[in-house]
Design a protein around this ligand. Structure first.
Ligand SMILES: [Zn+2]
Length: 145
């Protein structure tokens, strides 16, 4: 349905040239083939690609951080259990001691040291992931209009 009393004003504009109104659709299409417009489009696309890459990296790092934290918590738990076993083996008066041979106690000590070492490595990894995450956020470009 058409109406003569209402006129629709169609304006042809491009986000690369704020405030500029093109005379017609074909003028706008022509503009889109200019170097100026192409350069703007390339810039825009690479910004978008950078943002996507950064967002993906952040997701990846967050998943890693969660995973490392969980591993770390598991190790802390194991360390606590081993420490308690060692305490009982070493401190409880011999009459009340569970029957652990010297070899078993040594094995317990070795296990304890191993888990503790793994825990230290995990903690370092955790710190690395955290600092990379912080850097990634810091490098984030300011949002564009
Ligand atoms: Zn343009």
């Amino acid at each position: 349905m058409t109406s003569n009393t209402q006129q629709l004003a169609i304006t042809f504009t491009c986000p690369c040239s704020h405030g500029h109104v093109f005379a017609s659709r074909s003028a706008l299409e022509q503009h889109k083939r200019t170097n100026r417009h192409q350069a703007w489009e390339n810039r825009n696309n690479s910004n978008a690609a950078d943002l996507t890459r950064r967002d993906n990296r952040i997701l990846q790092l967050e998943a890693q951080l969660e995973y490392q934290t969980r591993l770390n918590e598991d190790k802390v738990e194991v360390i606590g259990r081993l420490r308690e076993q060692l305490r009982v083996a070493v401190e409880v008066p011999s009459s009340n001691q569970p029957h652990l041979s010297n070899d078993e106690i040594e094995e317990l000590v070795r296990k304890y040291e191993r888990v503790k070492k793994t825990n230290v490595e995990l903690r370092r990894k955790l710190v690395r992931v955290q600092s990379e995450l912080a850097d990634t956020f810091q490098d984030a470009p300011l949002p564009q209009d």
